[in-house]
Design a protein around this ligand. Structure first.
Ligand SMILES: Cc1ncc(C[n+]2csc(CCOP(=O)(O)OP(=O)(O)O)c2C)c(N)n1
Length: 271
């Protein structure tokens, strides 16, 4: 049985660390990171069969953060779960730091570099196909943003994943409804996203992406259907955890000033 209190504590710690990193370096994408904290904490708290000792194990599960601009939160996750030293976070986005503003595979625990949207899922499909061909049991998880579903490469990849019956592939779409310059619905509506995904031979479920009970209930059932990729549309809130950032477009690029940093720190302590 999982201890959800422990997971909530990890989520708080990751949000605090990412806030410090982004404030210190005047970097961006805090809202993008905050929307996927619970999903990442859940995956790294035990669901993924990967650990700092298993980095080169050919049977390890593979995780790809396709929305590589959420690097601050992902690096905070890697530090939280022992893949990199916590002190490295202090140098995030600074000269001579290994930790830059987009996810880099030179960092221990990172499978592939990401940041140019639309590439994570096609690579994940290749990895999942390789597992099937080589009779390996590992699973491949790709976490995408919703705006990223505007890239045709993702639909090509889903089409292939369904056709190849990749039930070792798990796709999570961080459905926070906002992208860089507006809402996803203003920029390119995603009508019937779940039905469109299912029509490619995948099995899609929609969950609350911040609720550990719901996330756990969903992940226990993977694969949702034998012979089909499992796709999770995780309904999330961009900027989740800090009231004045939640669902606010400007927190895609904005970096907190002193007052905002202090107010956010106070709120995160009370969560
Ligand atoms: C191929 C490509 N084009 C443009 C960008 C610039 N860019 C960075 S984040 C972003 C959109 C963010 O919205 P979304 O993809 O929904 O992610 P969110 O941060 O909301 O989770 C864009 C267009 C990019 N990283 N890659």
């Amino acid at each position: 049985m999982m201890n959800f209190n422990g997971l909530i504590e990890h989520a708080r710690s990751v949000r605090v660390n990412a806030l410090n990193m982004i404030y210190r370096s005047k970097a961006s994408h805090i809202g993008s990171g905050y929307s996927c904290v619970e999903l990442l904490v859940y995956l790294y708290s035990g669901w993924l069969k990967v650990s700092p000792n298993l980095l080169l194990d050919p049977n390890r599960d593979r995780f790809i953060l396709s929305k590589g601009h959420a690097a601050a939160v992902y690096y905070a996750i890697l530090a939280e779960f022992g893949f990199i030293p916590k002190e490295w976070l202090d140098k995030y986005c600074q000269i001579n730091s290994l930790l830059g503003g987009h996810v880099d595979h030179n960092v221990s625990g990172v499978e592939i570099s990401t940041g140019s949207l639309g590439h994570g899922l096609p690579i994940a499909v290749g990895m999942a196909l390789a597992a099937k061909r080589n009779n390996k049991k590992y699973r491949v998880v790709a976490l995408l943003s919703d705006g990223e579903m505007e890239s045709g490469s993702n639909w090509e990849a889903l089409n292939m994943a369904g056709a190849q019956k990749l039930d070792n592939l798990i796709v999570i779409i961080d459905r926070n409804g906002l992208q860089a310059m507006g809402s996803t619905e203003q920029i390119l509506p995603m009508n019937n996203l779940d039905q469109r995904i299912n029509s490619f031979g995948c099995f899609c479920k929609t969950i609350d992406g911040h609720n550990f009970n719901k996330i756990h209930a969903c992940f226990k059932r993977i694969p949702f259907s034998s012979g089909k990729p499992s796709v999770i549309i995780a309904k999330t809130v961009k900027g989740k955890g800090v009231s004045f950032m939640e669902n606010k477009l400007e927190w895609h690029y904005r970096s907190p000033n002193n007052e905002q940093f202090e107010a956010a720190t106070r709120e995160l302590k009370q969560l």
